[in-house]
Design a protein around this ligand. Structure first.
Ligand code: DX5
Ligand code: ZN
Length: 215
């Protein structure tokens, strides 16, 4: 099976958002990756519910919502109402992570936990069996178009081993600086899904970029 790809709308043209949504609808991409930033957890502010509303109306593929925000619990219900398929929260931003995961699932969304590049995967030992996806950041969150951090490969392999040891089918997702030059290595290491912003929306031929990354 080839890698799943979730193009990140952070790199889309917000002046012509509907066109870029339609492009993804008609492409071989699998999910829409939706980066929500609050300017507190990360040093950038992206977008919120008005954009979610447009996506809910126009996107024909699952909405993979990556929350880079503090106090995620306050907003989960609203994200569920806006059509979120999978909700990713940061390990580093959730004090009561178990409760947050239960809340996500109770609202009917798939649950995912995100680890920053410096957060070790062993910290997931007591929550991993509750998760549909683990998202490993391969850049420091906050901006698109950054360089892939090579140590991510080691983390993907270790996470795959952790899942195998527990006979879990949790998906491994990687986000940040993914392009055709590292996608195959990520797949070999055990990744199931990759996010790609710049590598898709910045490509001269976006369909070709998607095909090369999926493999
Ligand atoms: C970074 C975001 C990523 C980002 C990926 O904080 O979580 O999803 O948009 O963009 P690229 O693929 O350009 O690194
Ligand atoms: Zn993201």
């Amino acid at each position: 099976m080839s890698l799943l790809i979730a193009p990140s709308l952070l790199s889309a043209n917000f002046g012509k958002l509907s066109e870029d949504i339609e492009f993804i609808n008609n492409s071989k991409a699998d999910w829409f990756h939706v980066d929500v930033m609050d300017g507190v957890f990360v040093p950038n502010i992206s977008f919120g519910f008005p954009v979610m509303k447009t996506l809910q109306k126009e996107a024909k593929k699952p909405l993979d919502v990556h929350l880079m925000i503090q106090n995620a619990d306050l907003y989960l219900e609203e994200f569920a109402k806006h059509g979120t398929y999978m909700c990713s929260v940061h390990f580093e931003a959730c004090t009561h992570l178990h409760r947050t995961i239960q809340n996500i699932k109770a609202l009917g969304m798939k649950a995912s936990v995100v680890l920053n590049p410096s957060t070790p995967i062993h910290l997931l030992e007591d929550i991993i069996h509750e998760l549909d996806v683990v998202l490993l950041m391969s850049v420091n969150p906050g901006f698109g178009g950054q360089k892939f951090i090579p140590h991510t490969m080691v983390k993907v392999r270790a996470l795959k081993q952790m899942l195998n040891e527990r006979s879990l089918s949790t998906l491994i997702q990687v986000d940040g600086g993914v392009d055709p030059s590292n996608a195959r290595k990520l797949e070999e290491a055990g990744a199931d899904v990759v996010v790609a912003g710049n590598a898709v929306f910045g490509a001269a031929n976006r369909d070709e970029a998607i095909a090369l990354i999926k493999g």
